[in-house]
Design a protein around this ligand. Sequence first.
Ligand SMILES: *Cc1c(COP(=O)(O)O)cnc(C)c1O
Length: 397
Amino acid sequence: MKRVYLDHNATTPLHPEVLEAMMPYLTEKFGNASSVHSYGREAREAIDEAREKVARLIGARPEEIVFTSGGTESDNMAIKGVAYLMRERGKGNHIITSSIEHHAVLNTCKYLEKKGFEVTYLRVDKYGVVDLDQLVDSITDKTILITIMHANNEIGTIQPLEEIGRIAKERGIIFHTDAVQTVGKIPVNVDELGVDLLSLSAHKIYGPKGVGALYVRRGVRLEKLIHGGHHERNRRAGTENVPGIVGLGKAAELAMKNMDEEREHLWNLSERLKRGIMERVEYVYQNGHPEKRIPNTINLSFEFVEGESIVLGLDMHGICVSTGSACTSGSLEPSHVLMAIGLRPELAHGSIRFSLGMGNTEEEIDYTIEKVAEVVERLRMMSPLYADAIKERRGRS
Ligand SMILES: *Cc1c(COP(=O)(O)O)cnc(C)c1O
């Protein structure tokens, strides 16, 4: 069966050119980048080149890039790194984040609460945009870090980071962003956004899994989490994942080259998908900001049906989507993001995230529209809730 992959916010396929770039470093160029001989130098040069490419993609300097094992580690390194150092220096123990962060940020903050830090989880509006008044109001002289994601992985909403960056800078507070869902998809420039720390991950941009980076602005100090050798300018110990880093570098280069074209392609496809479904299916609502969103992500609530049933129904037709973040699907709790934007639990449970990628075509989108309509109709026909609700609504109008 032909498969249609619409779950790129969970992970992306490896770009063939990325695989090609990595291959020599999985085979004959196996050196340890710390070695002095030619094998070592070969690996070191490859890492340096990748560092330049990643830096270029986000408007940073190469020495401000620390390679990590992925977005999760980058988030941990940034948040715990600032928290531990600032507490030790007696600067405070208060962190501000949002209620719709990825679990890599949320659970790190919850852990720090148990260790005596105080955390404010900012409200968001119905589109998932953080409340800037509440941000300003919650800042105290104990505030050491603001960590707000750039775009949300479930609903795609982009946050006003420039404004948050200005607020943080005025008050002298360190500002971190989880930009895993924006880097490579929309222009990201660390100076324009005013961020001090920024997390990114390779496998969300057609690179390999298990590698990412943290941007650390020159002058920003972090407590180290991984102790050992003096790798990554003494910021993260461990023999470098050379093939992974080379893959991330190539993915960054390709993202930069293809961005304008891909943005338009993905925006058009995702709008086509949304329009098509809304024309064919009743009682469907879009979650997230209709315009201020990353171009590949559409989140829809289908009233009277379970999102999990839609996922399974579409999977039988080879269409791969998800109910929200890969980390929460399979659990019975409704998504914390959808609850935070104020959805009723029933609607939150009936939500589907379509996250598109560079390989998707109009034909795939049209096939998906067709099958979504079919699956949702079939599920609703079996739902007593639907029958009752329709009778009642039709009676009222
Ligand atoms: C996927 C994702 C992460 C985690 O990145 P990994 O490389 O999978 O650890 C963090 N934040 C966001 C917003 C993500 O989408």
